[in-house]
Design a protein around this ligand. Structure first.
Ligand code: SF4
Ligand code: SF4
Length: 300
C-alpha cells in the first residue's frame, strides 16, 4: 500500500496528547484562502526554491532535463511550467536551495519511522497523528496506516476538514482513536468564496463524525474580516452544545507565517492585508464563546 506524503515530524507536542509522530499526507480538495500549508495542496510532489540560499553555481540548470532553470545576468529564473518534479536539480544543489517536497511511501516505510519513538508514546500517552493536506484524499492508504498503528497499539489522531466520500469517513470513524475536525463555515456562499468547495458534504460528514465518534476536537480557524462574526461564533457554540462527543473546541487564530512558503513554491498568496489578531482580540473571541455557553473552547 503506497501513498504520497510530504513530511514526517517526530517529537510533535501540539498534534494531540503526549509525544507524537505526525505524518503529513499530500493533496487537499479545499482551497482555503488562509492555507498555511500551500505545499500540501497539490497531490503531486512540488519543488521548493529558497532563493536567498542560491549561490548561482548553475548546477541545477545543467541537471534539469526540461530547461526549467535559467541563470542570466543577476537573475535565477525558475520556469515552473516546465518543471516535472523529478528532483534532479535538488539532488545537485550544493546549498540546499532546492527541495522536492512530496514522495511516495509505503505503510511499512512510514511505520519504520513511527516505530523509532514507540517508547515515547508509551511513556507520554502519545502516538501517531495523520495530518495534511487532507488525509481522507487517500482513504485506502489512511485506513492501512491506521490499521497498522492499531496492530502495534499506537494511539492515533487524524486531522480532517471533512470534505470526503461518506465511506472514507465511516472507515475513519472506525479506525481513528481521536478526530480533529475543522469547522470553517456553515454557510454555502461563504464556503464557495473562502474554501473553494460547497459545505453541504462537510456538514453531513461533521454530523456523522460527531454522532458516531466519541472523541472529537472541533478545530476552528478564525480569520479577521472573514469568519470572526457573531453568527459564526454562535454556530460553533451550537455545535459544541449539540454534540457531547466534541470534547474540545480549539480556536485557531489567523497568522501570516506562511507568507514565505507561498514565495518558495511560486504560488500566489490569496489572502494578504489581513491584520494578525493580538492577544486581546483572541481572548475576546474566547470570552464571546463562553458568553454563548461554550465552555469547551481553548486557543490553539
Ligand atoms: S525538479 Fe526536475 S524538472 Fe523540475 S526543475 Fe528540477 S530538474 Fe527540472
Ligand atoms: S544548484 Fe542551487 S545554488 Fe546552484 S544555481 Fe541552482 S539553486 Fe542556486
Amino acid at each position: 500500500m503506497t501513498g504520497t506524503i510530504f513530511d514526517i515530524q517526530r517529537f510533535s507536542l501540539h498534534d494531540g496528547p503526549g509525544i507524537r509522530t505526525t505524518v503529513f499526507f499530500k493533496g487537499c480538495p479545499l482551497r482555503c484562502l488562509w492555507c498555511h500549508n500551500p505545499e500540501s495542496v497539490s497531490p503531486q510532489p512540488v519543488l521548493a526554491f529558497y532563493r536567498d540560499r542560491c549561490v548561482r553555481c548553475g548546477a541545477c540548470a545543467k541537471a534539469c532535463p526540461n530547461g526549467a532553470h535559467e541563470l542570466r545576468d543577476d537573475a535565477h529564473l525558475l520556469h515552473r511550467d516546465r518543471c516535472r518534479a523529478c528532483g534532479a536539480c535538488a539532488a545537485v544543489c550544493p546549498v540546499r536551495a532546492l527541495e522536492l517536497v512530496g514522495r511516495n511511501a509505503t505503510v511499512a516505510d512510514v511505520m519504520a519511522v513511527v516505530a523509532r519513538d514507540s517508547a515515547y508514546y508509551a511513556e507520554s500517552g502519545g502516538g501517531v497523528t495523520v495530518s495534511g493536506g487532507e488525509p481522507l484524499m487517500q482513504p485506502a492508504f489512511l485506513a492501512a496506516l491506521l490499521q497498522a498503528c492499531r496492530s502495534k497499539g499506537y494511539h492515533t489522531c487524524v486531522e480532517t476538514a471533512g470534505f470526503a466520500q461518506g465511506k472514507a469517513v465511516e472507515a475513519l470513524v472506525e479506525l481513528a482513536d481521536c478526530i480533529f475536525l475543522d469547522y470553517k463555515t456553515g454557510e454555502a456562499e461563504a464556503a464557495r468564496n473562502w474554501i473553494g468547495q460547497p459545505c453541504d458534504r462537510i456538514l453531513r460528514n461533521l454530523a456523522l463524525i460527531c454522532n458516531r465518534h466519541t472523541h472529537v476536537h472541533l478545530r476552528c480557524p478564525i480569520v479577521p474580516s472573514v469568519n470572526d462574526t457573531d453568527a459564526h461564533f454562535q454556530a460553533i457554540a451550537d455545535l459544541a452544545a449539540r454534540y457531547p462527543n466534541i470534547r474540545q473546541v480549539e480556536l485557531l487564530p489567523y497568522h501570516d507565517t506562511a507568507k514565505a512558503k507561498y514565495e518558495r513554491f511560486g504560488l500566489p498568496n490569496p489572502l494578504t492585508g489581513i491584520a494578525v489578531p493580538d492577544t486581546e482580540v483572541k481572548e475576546r473571541w474566547l470570552a464571546r464563546l463562553a458568553q454563548l455557553g461554550c465552555r469547551k473552547a481553548v486557543l490553539g
